[in-house]
Design a binder for this molecule. Structure first.
Ligand SMILES: *Cc1c(COP(=O)(O)O)cnc(C)c1O
Length: 423
């Protein structure tokens, strides 16, 4: 669920008219709903309350400081995957002692930065990384807190580019290696084994992969404890699915019902790293139609948002709901069915690539030059993955709170485009 809705044939974000924001800030424009962000965070906090989890919002889903601040103020912690993301959460005022640091390729500089900021734990993905953390920790006179990232070989049935918990991808380690490395940690005073980490992939719209994963994690924790480790944490990563196509997301309580009992029985602390679930349905991308054209038997709507703004359709074959901002009929509940008055339309951007589209063959009402349109469920991996490809300045971002709103990133200018280059 989210707080974007149509009233009198016009799209609103909470109590704010989307067309007013587009008039004020121009397009393409990212709009985020604070109420939707908090709704999703609260859902997770409440669903898992019985085990007092540490919720580490996954910064890579959307790293805007305005969003990080909302998360921080609401009691969320953070999952970072780079030194840059750690810098961001510090800027947002985060308590870094609750931050977890993930990623297969942490550099010594990033490890040092994280240790200096006393992060809760590193999610360690290889023996070489363990050695690097031990060495840097030693040079700082500290102990490196680690969780071993297991590759549980669970098929989470996501897109090939976003599945991470299957044997053969670059993430994590198998259970045998985790056991070997645990022995190594036990013998090394520069390291302490805090727990087990897994991240299965994304988005996951069933509970089964989590049910399997938490049982595996609990088994491994029990083994480690028997060997004398003070292993307290199970971190199950992120990946909870959202509503892209229709009302298809599970409530957080569904995931909690398969995870919480096992965590309780294992007498562990739980960490989670939700990104998409919190921010995905909280953001939209508003664009304006530049031209329409019919060619080769197709109708094209060419609008001013492109793959440099939202790359998910091109990169993951992702489906995003799209609908005019001003519409006499509300968007369909289900896009699988034929919609009266609509015509199959390719929604494309101005970039010189055939991969530059937001939707193909989508049933849409007639659109005209100047019309505003909305791409929904774009809050996660939207702006965060945007680029300046084709020398397009990045769009601006606005955070709405009821009837008020605030610019949380200004639109880039042509000067910004060349600011770091040297003639
Ligand atoms: C990307 C990622 C997440 C967040 O995934 P979502 O699908 O956005 O919830 C969490 N943990 C790790 C390690 C990740 O790489």
């Amino acid at each position: 669920m989210d707080y974007f809705h149509y009233k009198n044939n016009e799209l609103y974000c909470e109590e704010t008219r989307v067309a007013d924001l587009a008039a004020q800030y121009g397009t393409p424009l990212w709009i985020y709903s604070k109420r939707t962000l908090l709704h999703h965070l609260n859902q997770i906090q409440q669903a898992f309350a019985a085990v007092e989890p540490v919720i580490c919002y996954s910064v890579k889903a959307n790293s805007n400081l305005g969003i990080l601040k909302v998360m921080n103020d609401a009691g969320s912690s953070f999952d970072v995957v780079s030194g840059g993301e750690l810098y961001r959460v510090k800027q947002a005022g985060a308590d870094t002692s609750k931050v977890v640091f993930a990623g297969v390729g942490k550099t010594d500089e990033e490890i040092r930065f994280a240790l200096e900021n006393n992060v809760l734990m590193f999610n360690v993905e290889s023996e070489a990384e363990l050695d690097a953390i031990a060495n840097v920790a030693q040079s700082l006179g500290k102990v490196g807190p680690v969780a071993l990232r297991l590759n549980p070989d669970i098929d989470a049935k996501t897109h090939a580019k976003t599945t991470t918990g299957k044997k053969g991808n670059k993430f994590g380690m198998d259970i045998e290696r985790a056991e070997q490395l645990a022995e190594k940690v036990l013998a090394d005073k520069r390291l302490s084994l805090r727990g087990i980490h897994m991240h299965l992939g994304s988005p996951i719209l069933t509970t089964e992969p989590y049910a399997q994963a938490v049982v595996k994690a609990a088994e491994v924790v029990a083994k480690f404890r028997a060997r004398g480790h003070d292993t307290r944490w199970i971190n199950l990563g992120g990946g909870f699915g959202i509503n892209y196509r229709k009302q298809e997301a599970l409530p957080a309580s569904a995931y909690a019902s398969v995870i919480v009992p096992t965590v309780q029985k294992a007498e562990c602390r739980l960490a989670l790293e939700p990104g998409r679930f919190i921010v995905g349905n909280s953001g939209i991308l508003v664009s304006q139609v530049i031209f329409t054209k019919r060619e080769g038997g197709k109708l094209f709507v060419i609008q001013d948002a492109a793959m440099n703004d939202l790359v998910r359709p091109a990169m993951y074959d992702a489906f995003h709901r799209i609908w005019p901002v001003n519409a006499t009929v509300p968007p369909p509940e289900d896009y699988e069915v034929e919609i009266a008055g609509c015509e199959p339309t390719d929604v494309v951007g101005p970039i010189c690539e055939s991969g530059d589209y937001l939707a193909k063959g989508r049933s849409l009402p007639p659109m005209q030059r100047g019309d505003l349109m909305c791409t929904f469920s774009a809050g996660a991996y939207g702006m965060a993955m945007s680029s300046n490809y084709n020398s397009r300045p990045k769009a601006c971002e606005v955070l709405v709170d009821g009837t008020s709103h605030r610019l949380v990133r200004r639109r880039e200018t042509y000067e910004d485009l060349v600011a770091h280059e040297v003639l």
